[in-house]
Write a protein of this length. Structure first.
Length: 287
């Protein structure tokens, strides 16, 4: 994770590459605030400085360690490494606060704060491409592969956690998390993925093939928990993630059959999945 010279201010919380199957001539339809517009993917699920990294205070660090300093030792080490690598440029700059090159140092820190997490999300997205391409062809062999499964789960959990809707709901309930949220995304995704990884032999993963005349929609919360209820946090998990108008990934709950079939999806079932994704969206529904 490194900062380049050019600050990246437009941060997407839904991957543009993922949206391509819904596009025609580079654009798709977006329902927002009661109106429908045709937009390019660069104008979807984007916000200025959405993933900007804050220079954490001692209180911020203490809160992060309180929330993520327990659990499996390997996860705790992963969280500590992430936190240290993100904060190290700020720590070095603090020791050089009297440097005659302070202006250049501050410029570098600005780039680091703007770019480092946006670049990290981009690397997670890139790692998911092989699984996405395989799933698009109906090949889910990566799910049973101990190594190939890791980037798949990491991407899926990160995409679930990284969106505007999740952020707003969490911070409305816990405003104190605001300064550390952009780091918490990755720590939470790691913890969720670490739970799903050993459970995957008990969690079926299927491609739901939609051969009806009701294509799947997507939105600014493209990965949804079919067993999630608001406002209470869910205690069960079955993830649906449409990957094209005609196909979606569905991960079942532990020791249960998938809630929808891989083949033979009815028109009514396609509408039900679309309605669930519509309700889970924050502001933008895409088709």
């Amino acid at each position: 994770m490194s900062a380049s010279q050019r600050r990246k201010r437009r941060h997407h919380h839904v991957w543009q590459y993922y949206l391509r199957p819904w596009t025609v001539d580079g654009a798709l339809y977006c329902l927002q605030d009661g109106s429908i517009e045709r937009r390019g993917t660069s104008a979807i699920a984007v916000e200025k400085d959405f993933y900007e990294l804050h220079r954490l205070t001692a209180e911020d660090v203490a809160l992060t360690k309180l929330l993520f300093g327990q659990g499996h030792p390997s996860a705790v080490r992963t969280h500590a490494h992430l936190l240290n690598s993100l904060m190290m440029p700020f720590q070095i700059a603090e020791r050089m606060k009297d440097s005659p090159r302070r202006e250049q140092i501050d410029a570098y820190l600005g780039g680091h704060a703007s770019n480092v997490l946006e670049d990290y999300h981009a690397s997670i997205e890139a790692s998911f491409i092989p699984a996405l391409e395989s799933a698009s062809k109906g090949d889910l062999s990566f799910y049973a592969d101990d190594q190939r499964c890791i980037p798949f789960l990491n991407y899926l959990c990160t995409q679930y956690m990284r969106t505007k809707g999740i952020k707003e709901r969490v911070l409305a309930a816990s405003p104190a998390l605001g300064r550390i949220w952009n780091i918490m995304i990755h720590m939470s995704a790691t913890n969720i993925g670490a739970s799903l990884y050993p459970e995957r032999k008990r969690r079926a993963l299927i491609v739901v093939n939609n051969r009806t005349d009701v294509p799947f929609i997507t939105g600014d919360q493209p990965a949804i928990n079919l067993k999630g209820t608001r406002p209470a946090p869910p205690d069960r998990l079955s993830i649906f993630y449409p990957i094209a108008p005609h196909a979606g990934l569905l991960m079942a709950d532990v020791d249960e059959e998938p809630l929808f079939p891989a083949e033979g999806l009815t028109r009514g079932q396609a509408m039900t999945l679309n309605q669930m994704l519509f309700r889970a969206s924050y502001k933008q529904v895409l088709f």
